[in-house]
Design a binder for this molecule. Structure first.
Ligand SMILES: Nc1nc2c(ncn2[C@@H]2O[C@H](COP(=O)(O)OP(=O)(O)OP(=O)(O)O)[C@@H](O)[C@H]2O)c(=O)[nH]1
Ligand SMILES: Nc1nc2c(ncn2[C@@H]2O[C@H](COP(=O)(O)OP(=O)(O)OP(=O)(O)O)[C@@H](O)[C@H]2O)c(=O)[nH]1
Ligand SMILES: [Mg+2]
Ligand SMILES: [Mg+2]
Lengths: 277, 290
């Protein structure tokens, strides 16, 4: 069933399949294509190339300009990484720590995932790889206590950057969302304005649920931006279109592999180009 | 909620005796949106709608149901039929040890599921051991060791420089009291030729009785390509759908079942080792329809 290309399909059916298969979602796809049909002249609609470039423009319009950079001002600049289970938070912190180390900055890591098996051990390996110290407590400890210790240590040691790793959690678990809120409160009490970045890490393979995740995390924790991982493979992360349209959150980083260098700034035109292939 | 949407579509059908092609079109559109919203693969949705249309047209509207309810009932039946009738037990060995191998994309929940399966089979009287065949991810072996410790069972971890295959073969040799070995492999992409060949090598060396594809319930349209990739290159016997206790509708279950025809055998419903349930098709079908 999945290899037969049906003959005689018009461009609209082709585009519908293209966009839905890229995880844009049915409603957004319908709206986008309807808008194109209304906006283009009947002669333009005859040209597939013209339709494609109009679609490209429309998507770029939604995504907006290239990512504003990461906030690295403040001593320390604190990054709080959060998201559902297995999206790549810990690995992204490792890559980000490496990037900042390459820039000559002093980086401290906070192992605030005190729940999952070997979570702090995993972060410790990254700490050794990049040359960053790590603040950790014993398994089962209060994550807020780890964060409080980490900020104190960051200030005392003159760290430029503090990266906070949290446990994966489903956005539907209110007690776990509360745990994150408490972490943010603790940070804010140490110094107003902390954390400078609250980043939701999303997996490119996630379907429409990515929108629910972004909505809930943003509503509860006021995100400063998004990280989208696993874009090195076949997933196109089309759900981002709906998220950015609804919430206007900037996409700050993308993960393109499991290696230390596999972190890039978000490039809207490259993203849209890949999406429409 | 799909039932309610279809109620409005069929409001005008009061008094009509049959479901006709015309009045089904609008219903099919609502169903299409609901299924796509639930992450069922685009091509699978097209197939399902075709089948529903064939079954629905000309049907007598049953006295006990509204036309909308009737169409939903047909869709529900199609989904359940596609997903398989009931819980399908994984295949076990006639001579020990039974060997399970878990494979899948990065972060899908393989390591945690390995622990959950060990616990499940312990409750069925087996003596499992866990095998950490992931030498790449930082602290992967440590993660599995912690789970094994929690269950009080042995964990075979890679020795310095030992390949995944050698770790597994050593586990089979050394497992004296264990009659069940669960192999946790590294997350990998279906398009990574080298790592897919590693899995083929493991399969050849160990002849696992069950190779399970571990998939995240919130996976989107790529579920088909991923499942096909693993199935065509390695061969999948059964599927575990993880993180199903959230609000992900789980349409990937339908897509995978349609794509590779293998049963979903378990669902992960939490982060703890007791959060594993046998898979019931009707429950997922109801969830997907919303
Ligand atoms: N291919 C690919 N794999 C990635 C990427 N980012 C992370 N991963 C992999 O995804 C898996 C999960 O990564 P983690 O960093 O442990 O994810 P996490 O969000 O911290 O997971 P939890 O803490 O358990 O919620 C690992 O195998 C990573 O190597 C990426 O950009 N591309
Ligand atoms: N909420 C929830 N989380 C789960 C479930 N199963 C696994 N997880 C979590 O998902 C995250 C990833 O699980 P892992 O077992 O590390 O995934 P993995 O497939 O081994 O990852 P890699 O080895 O990096 O490919 C962890 O935070 C687990 O606790 C589940 O059923 N529900
Ligand atoms: Mg982590
Ligand atoms: Mg693992």
């Amino acid at each position: 069933i999945f290899s037969r290309k049906e003959a005689g399909r018009d461009i609209w059916e082709e585009l519908e399949e293209l966009l839905i298969s890229a995880d844009l979602g049915a409603k957004i796809t319908e709206r986008l294509l309807e808008k194109l049909r209304r906006q283009l002249s009947s002669r333009e609609l005859q040209s597939p190339d013209r339709v494609m470039s109009a679609l490209r423009e429309e998507l770029l319009d939604v995504l907006g300009p290239s990512s504003k950079g990461l906030c690295v001002d403040g001593s320390p600049a604190v990054f709080l990484m959060l998201g559902v289970n297995g999206t790549g938070k810990t690995t992204t912190i490792g890559k980000l720590a490496w990037k900042f180390r390459q820039e000559g900055r002093r980086v401290l890591l906070a192992a605030a995932d005190t729940f999952r098996a070997a979570a702090s051990e995993q972060l410790e390996v990254w700490g050794r790889r990049v040359g960053a110290d790590i603040i950790k407590h014993q398994p089962g400890a209060d994550p807020s206590a780890v964060v409080y210790d980490a900020v104190s240590a960051a200030v005392a040691r003159g760290a430029d950057i503090l990266l906070v790793d949290t446990a994966g959690r489903l956005h539907t678990k209110s007690n776990l969302i509360e745990e994150l809120k408490k972490i943010k409160r603790v940070l804010g009490k140490v110094k107003p304005g902390l954390p400078q970045e609250t980043l939701l890490v999303l997996d490119a393979y996630t379907g429409q649920n990515a929108i629910y995740q972004a909505r809930e995390f943003h509503q509860q924790l006021e995100l400063s931006g998004l990280v989208i991982t696993k874009l090195d493979a076949t997933a196109k992360a089309g759900a981002l279109i709906g998220i950015v349209e609804e919430m206007g959150l900037p996409i700050k980083l993308i993960g393109v592999g499991e290696g230390i260098e596999d972190l890039q700034e978000f490039n809207p035109s490259a993203f849209v180009k890949a999406l429409l292939e | 909620i799909l039932t309610n949407k279809l109620q409005t579509v069929f409001k005008q059908l009061r008094g009509y005796g049959r479901l006709t092609e015309a009045n089904i079109q609008e219903a099919l559109r609502e169903i299409k949106l609901a299924l796509l919203d639930a992450d069922v693969n685009y091509k699978v949705v097209k197939l399902l709608l075709q089948r529903v249309q064939e079954k629905a047209v000309g049907q007598e509207v049953l006295a006990s149901l509204s036309p909308g309810q009737q169409v939903v009932k047909i869709v529900h039946q199609e989904l359940v039929e596609l997903l398989g009738q009931s819980y399908r037990k994984p295949r076990l060995a006639s001579h020990p040890p039974t060997i399970f191998m878990l494979v899948g994309l990065q972060g899908s929940g393989k390591t945690t599921t390995a622990g959950k399966l060990a616990r499940h089979y312990m409750s069925e009287g087996y003596r499992p051991g866990l095998v950490a065949a992931d030498p790449y991810r930082p602290a992967a072996a440590k993660q599995l060791e912690v789970l094994a410790q929690e269950l009080g069972i042995p964990c075979y971890s890679p020795l310095e420089g030992e390949s995944p295959k050698d770790t597994c073969l050593r586990a089979v040799r050394e497992a004296e009291l264990q009659n069940f070995l669960i192999i946790d492999t590294a997350g990998r992409l279906h398009i990574n030729q080298e790592l897919m060949e590693e899995l083929q090598g493991l399969k050849k060396a160990l002849s696992p009785h069950q190779i399970m594809l571990v998939v995240d319930a919130m996976m989107g349209q790529e579920a088909v390509r991923v499942a096909e990739g693993f199935h065509n290159q390695v061969g999948i016997d059964g599927v575990v759908l993880t993180k199903q206790e959230g609000d992900a509708r789980g349409g990937a279950a339908i897509s995978i079942r349609a794509a590779i025809g293998r049963p979903i055998q378990f669902i992960g419903v939490g982060e703890r080792l007791d959060a594993l349930e046998p898979f019931h098709p009707e429950r997922i079908a109801s969830r997907i329809l919303g």
